[in-house]
Design a protein around this ligand. Structure first.
Ligand code: BTN
Length: 343
């Protein structure tokens, strides 16, 4: 842990009470000038640290700034050792981790950013990633698994995020096949899994799991192109103290529980029991009909209508058409919409 991170942890442990520069210096065996320098750097990074005359320093309780020290400590308390890094701004946490991996990073890593200038979504779309309202994080992993099994990592992530958001927010969370996580009927999470595999061995060299969570409503609202479908986990007033750090820790913990016993597919039950589509009538749209920009499909286009019966162990959607015929659909081939919704 760096000096800066040690000081941040001490301040967090004080829970809003002041701690003197001398006390910090003694605890960490550094000079008071060293403490002061580190505090200045933390303030510059956005931590709401106040200097109280004759008392010392306090970290304002309402601070909701991402903290690698906090996340690392909470994860290791529960047995997860990851190299954790927080950046103020990146183009995309997935892209940054790909660069780490390509440069030979062999550690498993968690990268979080306050803001992404070019957040990536699925199907070549972008992911709106404004500062302050969202949680943008990616995991770099080196799984010992055949590459063809990797398709379920995204599904597993959706289940992990759903559980984590239920714990932290106390709200009901649903999953819309294949990996949209919904709160109050709106998509609040985007997941983008990327990887590199060795052609000869058919195994992963690395996998990057990117997770974007709309924690609060963005101050200017969502952009028009996503405002119909996107929502935030929390609407209205909520105590924001350390909230995004707590969500990050919870998500990684739930993810790691499933990931360590991936072969057992323990996530499937949690995934199915939160399914938004099972029992619903849906329209089935061949993937090639969905444009990269997500352009709306025409009202008069006719697509097959079916009822969703379930989700099999490979996370394929089992549907029944109106003529009674049943089919198992995979995510790569089709996309589904509720029968009243086209976009
Ligand atoms: C989607 O719903 O289309 C997937 C969106 C994935 C967004 C996350 S945010 C963190 C990570 N970095 C990215 O650039 N994308 C993923």
């Amino acid at each position: 842990m760096t000096r800066k991170e040690q000081i941040l942890l001490l301040l967090e442990e004080q829970q809003g009470e002041a701690i003197s520069g001398q006390e910090i210096a003694d605890k960490l065996s550094v000079t008071r000038a060293g403490v002061w320098k580190a505090i200045k750097l933390l303030q510059k990074e956005g931590y709401a640290i106040e200097a109280v005359p004759n008392k010392g320093y306090t970290l304002k309780k309402s601070a909701d700034v991402l903290s690698a020290a906090h996340i690392r400590q909470k994860l290791s308390e529960r047995g997860t050792e990851l190299f954790v890094k927080v950046e103020k701004e990146v183009v995309s946490t997935n892209t940054s981790l790909r660069q780490y991996a390509e440069q030979g990073e062999k550690r498993d890593m968690l990268l979080l950013a306050e803001h992404q200038s070019g957040g990536k979504g699925r199907k070549g779309r972008s992911f709106y990633s404004p500062e302050g309202s969202g949680l943008y994080m990616s995991l770099l992993l080196h799984p010992e698994m055949p590459a063809h099994e990797g398709t379920l990592i995204t599904t597993m992530t959706a289940a992990a995020v759903a559980l984590a958001l239920e714990h932290v927010s106390g709200q009901q969370v649903q999953i819309k096949w294949v990996n949209d996580v919904l709160v109050r009927g709106k998509k609040v999470v985007g997941i983008l899994t990327e990887g590199s595999s060795s052609m000869e061995e058919g195994r992963f060299e690395y996998v990057i799991v990117g997770i974007g969570i709309n924690v609060y409503e963005p101050s200017g609202g969502f952009p028009p192109e996503v405002s119909q479908v996107a929502g935030a986990v929390f609407s209205g007033d909520v105590c924001r103290e350390n909230l995004r750090n707590r969500i990050a820790v919870e998500v990684v913990n739930e993810f790691m529980k499933y990931y360590r016993s991936f072969q057992e597919k323990a996530f499937l039950e949690d995934y199915r029991s939160r399914s938004y589509l099972i029992g619903q009538r849906v329209r089935i749209i061949p993937t090639e009909r969905i444009t990269a920009e997500g352009a709306s499909l025409q009202e008069d286009e006719s697509f097959s209508t079916a009822t969703v019966l379930g989700i099999d162990d490979e996370c394929h959607l089992v549907v029944q058409y109106e003529d009674g015929r049943q089919e198992t659909l995979s995510n790569g081939e089709v996309s589904v919409r509720e029968s009243f919704q086209l976009r």
